[in-house]
Design a protein around this ligand. Structure first.
Ligand code: SF4
Length: 145
């Protein structure tokens, strides 16, 4: 499934999720608190990300969900770091064509400079920063090289 939820979020209300990564987890980090468990596939850039989601399936799942459930927002997230998927811009356009609900992304901030053009099309970019020193960043987020 590409669409999941709705999930009840204290920040966004009832949110429908879009998993741009798909299991198993792929991420640029291996955070010590990650609810998805240890990162087995840690990569540094979009060039290394070879998975693709079926845009037609995404459209079908999204339209079906939107008809059945009332949600406050759509959130791009999922089984790892969503900005790793080069289809991000295309996915944003598909969601915009299906609903006027606020569109949000949850990102670990590692690829912000690579995806800024796509991120400007969103209503909210929830970009996390866990540490203010390099040592703490390395020990908490365990980023790729
Ligand atoms: S950035 Fe998110 S998905 Fe990646 S390891 Fe950290 S908590 Fe898990």
């Amino acid at each position: 499934m590409i669409i999941y939820g709705p999930v009840l979020s204290w920040r966004f209300g009832r949110s429908l999720g879009i998993d741009l990564i798909q299991p198993p987890k792929i991420c640029t980090f291996d955070c010590i608190y990650c609810q998805l468990g240890q990162t087995q596939h840690k990569i540094c850039s979009r060039n290394e990300f070879s998975r693709r989601i079926d845009i037609g399936v995404l459209e079908d799942e999204l339209n079906e969900k939107i008809e059945c459930v009332d949600v406050d927002a759509i959130t791009l997230s999922g089984s790892g770091e969503p900005t790793l998927n080069p289809q991000l811009g295309e996915v944003i356009d598909v969601v915009r064509g299906s609903t006027k609900k606020p569109l949000i992304i949850l990102t670990n901030s590692s690829l912000l400079s690579d995806v800024s053009e796509d991120l400007q099309k969103l209503d909210l970019v929830e970009a996390k920063l866990d540490a203010i020193t390099q040592d703490t960043f390395a020990s908490v987020n365990k980023p790729c090289e």
